[in-house]
Design a protein around this ligand. Structure first.
Ligand code: ATP
Length: 213
């Protein structure tokens, strides 16, 4: 088996982090034989409504969720940087910190279908690979610009992601869990049980803080 060298970069609002996120990160870690996955909570995510939990609460929930997996970690650089969170700035920083490592930006197909709205999207392959994952309930509908971008960089070889440090787009079909943070927040607001969707420690934290009521 190839040496584990690649680093997964998994950004999100994580309001809250849920088992769908953890399952996704685990699947990508295993299928791409990554060395690590860095979870990166966004400070001010664009293209969506502002988070309900505070930045500190979202970071804490991600810490609680990944604590038992040694190859997962929380990177709070977007929160420390403050202001709008742009993944391109994050990738520039991480590339400087890990000049030799393959980087794999992990995004769901729901995000990839809006990728042309991300600042610096065309430059991202010069910093990282992009791993686009399927998500149950979301179709892969891409406009012509994103399709062109995909075909320019697409690979179906996992070894490209291991041998090159950046530059490729890989579509990864996975069995994902049909869960979203929006649904979880809605259920909590209605007083419904969300235990099955969350790591236990995250559920306990939400209850202690009275979040999403
Ligand atoms: P919200 O419902 O608040 O928009 P979300 O559940 O989509 O939140 P995010 O934090 O916005 O979660 O997602 C971060 C990343 O995780 C995105 O790339 C998204 O596509 C992916 N993702 C979220 N939930 C799942 C899931 N259940 N299965 C696979 N991928 C997921």
């Amino acid at each position: 088996m190839t040496e584990r060298r690649g680093i997964g970069i998994f950004g999100g609002t994580f309001d809250p982090i849920h088992l769908g996120h953890i399952h996704l990160a685990n699947s990508v870690y295993q299928k791409l034989n990554l060395a690590a996955v860095h979870f990166i909570p966004a400070a001010h995510p664009l293209l969506r409504t502002p988070p309900q939990a505070s930045e500190a609460q979202r970071v804490r929930m991600v810490q609680l969720a990944v604590a038992t997996q040694p190859f997962f970690s929380v990177d709070d650089r977007e929160i420390r940087r403050g202001g709008n969170s742009y993944m391109i700035d994050t990738l520039v920083d991480i590339r400087a910190a890990f000049p030799e490592a393959p980087l794999c930006l992990i995004i769901g197909v729901d995000q990839f279908s809006k990728f042309d709205q991300w600042k610096g999207w065309l430059d991202m392959p010069s910093l990282s690979h992009i791993v686009v994952t399927t998500r149950q309930g979301f179709e892969c509908v891409l406009n012509s610009q994103i399709k062109d971008f995909l075909f320019k960089h697409k690979t179906d070889k996992v070894r490209d992601l291991q041998q090159l440090t950046c530059g490729k787009i890989f579509l990864l079909s996975l069995d994902t869990l049909p869960i979203s943070s929006t649904e979880i927040r809605g259920k909590i607001a209605k007083g419904e049980d969300v235990g099955p969707y969350l790591p236990k420690e995250v559920g306990d934290f939400i209850t202690q803080c009275g979040l999403y009521k």
